[in-house]
Design a protein around this ligand. Structure first.
Ligand SMILES: *Cc1c(COP(=O)(O)O)cnc(C)c1O
Length: 420
């Protein structure tokens, strides 16, 4: 795309953007003067769809008028609310409906699925994770190593970029799996690394890991709703994600997980169980023995928070209406535009940590700034540019194709230029 400098180009792009009208489906936060901020923080907390309130009220009304019968009656009976959401969610992650469960939050799901998918033996016990993984993921994988009596110093492989580089090369990841695969029990990477914004090449990584008999799980917190995924076809063993980042379902909204079809009957894997994982047909017979539901549902434990499901419903409808392919096409243009403008700034203080190849990133750009501290972020904030700051020197911004305009990106870089 031949990008151009100057505001008219951004305005032209917005006029011709087939998704531009989706912005009006969201509440955009405003400054004290009532002007819309430049919100570039969808990687952390997505904005509220206007329809969210409607669906939440629907749940409240159903509860008010029906009480317990809200589980079985009303516009959307709570007992099967999840089933109604699954087709849309499954499409977003490239899964069959039965491979997807809607439950818990990211770290809870990661820990639960590692109970099943991290089964170390004396010969095969290591876990692979990327260096700079989201701390919660590091805590979770280390806690499983400790739980099984291993020391992370010898049992955790942290993939580091080469000297002088900011992101991992796929060839290096594959080479490491080739070299140590026979002692690796589980490869667990963030699908998109939260700090660098690198989108790992999940298909070849999965294939190589499987060649060596390793299990493969991905934390898709930064990938779901951001990049196209094909978990089923890639043969991924399991994945987890949240719904409050790109999925716009509100703080701490219910997350999800994927378990590949080949474990539909439980696959002889141990798991921690609860009544919601019991087959719906016998769930309310209240028998003492667990009869697992088929597919990912068998990993559910507790009854689902229906308010969260309502918020997820509002969001998934927008994704369905826009279409992931169209979103991705705009996302590449929008983030590419941000990169183009940032590279025009005449300074040696900034480094883009995120890969330049659009196939190796999603919306987010991570900008490392030499000799900077958090005051830089505060200055952006004072100009109503909402990104976020990661110590010691990284600003993350995510132009989101559902609600950001090209003019947002233009404004970001205009302000950034003046304060840098
Ligand atoms: C956002 C995020 C989390 C947050 O975990 P919760 O358990 O949902 O609070 C965990 N891991 C990654 C990679 C994330 O991006």
């Amino acid at each position: 795309m031949p990008y151009q400098l100057g505001l008219p180009f951004a305005q032209h792009m917005d006029t011709t953007d087939p998704l531009a009208h989706f912005r009006s489906q969201f509440h955009i936060p405003v400054t004290p003067n009532g002007e819309e901020v430049v919100y570039l923080c969808g990687h952390s907390l997505g904005l509220q769809p206007r329809a969210t309130r409607h669906y939440l009220e629907q749940v409240c009304d159903q509860w008010a008028t029906l009480g317990i019968d809200g589980y079985f009656q009303g516009k959307q009976p709570w007992l099967t609310y999840i089933q109604a959401l699954k087709p849309k969610l499954a499409k977003l992650v490239g899964a069959q409906e039965s491979e997807v469960a809607i439950m818990n939050t990211v770290t809870v799901n990661l820990n639960l699925l590692m109970v099943s998918f991290y089964r170390p033996t004396p010969q095969r016990y290591k876990i692979v994770i990327e260096a700079n993984a989201f701390p919660s993921d590091q805590y979770a994988v280390k806690s499983h190593l400790y739980y099984h009596g291993y020391d992370p110093a010898t049992a955790l492989i942290e993939l580091q970029p080469r000297e002088g580089e900011n992101t991992l090369r796929t060839e290096d990841i594959l080479a490491r799996l080739e070299a140590e695969g026979d002692s690796i029990a589980l490869v667990m990477l963030g699908g998109i690394n939260y700090l660098s914004g690198q989108f790992f090449e999940l298909a070849p990584i999965t294939a190589k890991a499987h060649e060596h008999g390793c299990m493969v799980g991905f934390d898709l917190a930064h990938a779901v709703g951001n990049v196209p995924l094909a978990l089923h076809d890639w043969q991924v063993d399991f994945a987890v994600w949240c719904s409050y980042k790109y999925l716009n379902s509100g703080a701490a909204a219910v997350g999800g997980c994927f378990v590949h079809e080949r474990y539909a009957d439980g696959g002889n894997l141990p798991r921690f169980s609860g009544w919601w994982g019991n087959d719906l047909k016998s769930r309310f017979l209240m028998r003492p023995d667990f009869e697992a539901a088929t597919g990912a549902d068998g990993w559910q434990m507790s009854n689902a928070d229906v308010f969260s499901l309502a918020a997820l419903q509002a969001s998934l409808e927008l994704f369905d209406a826009a279409g992931m392919d169209t979103l991705r096409a705009k996302s590449k243009l929008l983030t590419g535009y941000a990169e183009f403008l940032l590279r025009q700034i005449k300074t040696d203080r900034i480094t883009l940590l995120t890969p330049s190849d659009p196939e190796q990133r999603g919306c987010q750009l991570s900008i490392q700034v030499k000799q900077a501290d958090k005051s830089l972020f505060h200055q952006l904030y004072q100009h109503h540019i909402i990104g976020d700051w990661r110590e010691p020197d990284v600003i993350r911004v995510a132009p989101v194709p559902l609600y950001n305009h090209f003019v947002d990106v233009f404004q970001l870089v205009e302000v950034f230029k003046t304060i840098i």
